[in-house]
Design a protein around this ligand. Structure first.
Ligand code: SF4
Ligand code: SF4
Length: 181
């Protein structure tokens, strides 16, 4: 999944609070009325998130894994498939002229088994308000334990790591000055 790297503005946060059951992908919960309910999003592999503007950041380990998968040296992989991130602090996957990720082939990710963590984390661990209109993931209401296990299963993270990420997000949601615009 490509991220535009945008965070919700204060106005978006306020709008989110006003909405009846406003559901931001990645918060994993809806809380407006009644008890907080975990919501798991089942990806439908529509690949819309591989086509919209943004970037897929890469860690060194991900570069090594992708290069190995493609039977390339890391230097060749970097030259052929990466570019500088928008903030010029790291590397991201290149895009095709259409804007789609360089590894999107038809309606499939050609590096599915070794795709970057950022791609694995979307949509359940991302908070992309704009993505709600385009993502076809199907929301499912789950119990807390089943929810953490399903997110861990699709992201490849441990259940403990998922709980930590979501717990941290819910503590800071819409309250961090760094998210105010
Ligand atoms: S690496 Fe695969 S899942 Fe990630 S954006 Fe590219 S095509 Fe999509
Ligand atoms: S359903 Fe959502 S997360 Fe899955 S491929 Fe489509 S846009 Fe991406």
């Amino acid at each position: 999944m490509k991220s535009a790297g945008k965070r919700p503005t204060a106005a978006e946060c306020r709008a989110g609070r006003r909405a009846t059951v406003r559901l931001f992908l990645g918060t994993g919960r809806r809380t407006r009325y009644g008890p907080s309910v975990p919501i798991f999003h089942e990806c439908q592999r529509c690949t819309a998130c591989c086509r919209w503007p943004g970037q897929v950041r890469l860690t060194e380990a991900e570069i090594a894994r992708l290069a190995d998968f493609l039977e390339l040296g890391e230097t060749e992989f970097i030259q052929r498939f990466t570019r500088l991130t928008h903030d010029r602090q790291g590397l991201a996957l290149q895009e095709k002229p259409s804007g789609a990720c360089v590894f999107l082939m038809g309606h499939d990710c050609s590096v599915q088994s070794v795709k970057p963590q950022q791609c694995r984390d979307f949509p359940n661990l991302w908070r992309e308000a704009e993505a709600e209109n385009q993502c076809r993931a199907i929301p499912q209401t789950l119990g807390d334990e089943a929810y953490a296990q399903r997110v861990a299963q699709v992201t490849g993270r441990t259940v403990e790591a998922v709980r930590e990420i979501l717990g941290s997000r819910q503590r800071t949601e819409c309250h961090s000055p760094s998210r105010s615009g």
